[in-house]
Design a protein around this ligand. Structure first.
Ligand code: SF4
Ligand code: SF4
Length: 423
């Protein structure tokens, strides 16, 4: 009986070890030449058990971040969790799998039925969205490694004007549109290719990424989370959901006493001051402006759709198949690229490549129209939101822009008093 048990345990350990060793299932090809395989910067594949461990860590970190931001109101706890996330999801997992880039996997899986998306990637995309719907952007607060590196780098924050925040705040939507278009058409994963911080996590990056990363990190010393606020495509979606979250971080745990101490506490320009009940202009002027915006939105949407069609065509040149088709029709006297040489060696007909390239260009154009219109509607919704006058009696976080970082907690005398004498 004892031998039987030992045998079963041995089989169990062996199966587990095989599952965990998924990274080495396929040996690298042997070219029988002097070719030396380069060191890979990308993290290797993980076995299913470890992938699900990542999901479990993500879920636990989100739950803890929500508790620290809403119930415990502990900036120190959030910072400690930020350090852990930077270590685990950043340096240990080397920035992959990542919720920020997962939107591309979903776009590709949606557009190409032959492309399967692992359940763990879907979980990485969905869990932070669900957490945001419940308690606001706690993923950004202390779970996302990209946010973490910027949060910890902030040194001497300078205030950026509100109009600039709002204008630059539209950039993530544009980036999201282009990234989804690229992923859905198979042109590439832009968000991953241009992730500015992944080079730090992997301790190595191609030149363009090293420069982008250095610039963003330098900017993060003085401008609060520049990537999060003005570039992150996932942050755009999180901001939208955070507007309607069930609960959200508050500056004060109790009634606001209007002491104005927190007014300048937020390095991200996410604190909104009280507004009087009546607008500083007549009601008729406000209604006229709103009517004007409502009339302009469909026109902007049509113009944006046309622009999207034009840019879709232009962007399609970045797709490797389209680029190859264009290259083949260019001056044949030009030096032969490796791709062109490989194509001719394969013996494939040029007409087949042309047809494939035209189909890709059509997909880019249609996607460009759709995403252009969507982008215009987003801008329209923002303009309508700005045009509507809503009175506010307290200092409160702007739900879309607040990262639930907890920096403002310490500024509120009501909160400090409660911390010092919890009873
Ligand atoms: S905004 Fe984007 S990069 Fe910044 S913390 Fe949130 S998800 Fe991460
Ligand atoms: S928690 Fe406070 S300091 Fe942090 S982003 Fe929100 S409003 Fe700004």
């Amino acid at each position: 009986m004892r031998t039987f048990k030992a045998l079963w345990m041995g089989v169990g350990v062996w199966v587990t070890a095989l599952t965990l060793r998924a990274a080495d299932r396929f040996p690298r090809p042997d070219f029988k030449t002097d070719y030396v395989s380069p060191d890979l910067l990308l993290p290797g594949a993980r076995g299913p058990l470890l992938e699900w461990l990542d999901v479990a860590v993500l879920a636990a970190a989100l739950a803890l971040a929500g508790w620290l931001a809403i119930r415990n109101r502990s900036r120190r706890g959030l910072v400690l969790l930020t350090l852990f996330s930077l270590g685990y999801f950043g340096f240990w997992r080397r920035g992959c799998v990542c919720a920020v880039g997962a939107v591309q996997n979903l776009a590709l899986g949606w557009a190409d039925a032959s492309c399967a998306i692992p359940l763990t990637v879907i979980a990485f995309f969905v869990l932070p969205l669900l957490a945001t719907l419940l308690v606001g952007r706690v993923f950004c607060a202390s779970v996302c490694p990209l946010g973490a590196i910027q949060e910890l780098a902030l040194w001497r924050p300078i205030k950026t004007p509100i109009w600039l925040n709002h204008t630059l705040g539209l950039l993530p939507w544009g980036y999201l549109s282009v990234a989804v278009l690229f992923a859905a058409t198979g042109a590439g994963f832009l968000i991953c290719e241009w992730d500015p911080f992944v080079g730090f996590f992997r301790l190595g990056a191609p030149f363009h990424l090293a420069v982008t990363g250095a610039l963003f990190l330098l900017a993060s010393l003085f401008i609060g989370r520049p990537y999060c606020r003005f570039a992150c495509p996932y942050g755009a979606i999180l901001g939208l959901l955070s507007r309607v979250s069930r609960r959200h971080t508050t500056i004060t745990p109790d009634a606001c006493v209007q002491c104005r101490l927190c007014e300048d506490a937020c390095p991200y320009g996410a604190i909104r001051s009280p507004l009087p009940a009546a607008a500083p202009e007549s009601r008729a002027t406000g209604v006229r402006r709103l009517a004007l915006i409502l009339a302009a939105v469909p026109l902007i949407a049509v113009a944006a759709a046309a622009t999207g069609y034009f840019f879709g065509n232009l962007l399609s040149r970045a797709h490797p198949r389209v680029a190859l088709a264009l290259e083949i029709h260019r001056d044949a006297a030009q030096p032969m690229s490796l791709e062109r040489e490989a194509f001719f060696t394969s013996g494939r007909a040029t007409v087949a490549l042309d047809a494939e390239a035209r189909a890709i260009q059509r997909r880019f154009a249609v996607g460009g129209v759709f995403l252009g219109a969507l982008l215009a509607l987003t801008v329209g919704a923002q303009l309508i939101g700005l045009a509507l006058w809503r009175s506010r009696t307290d200092y409160e976080p702007d739900r879309a822009r607040c990262f639930s970082c907890g920096r403002c907690f310490a500024y509120c005398p009501v909160g400090r008093k409660r911390k010092e004498s919890p009873k």
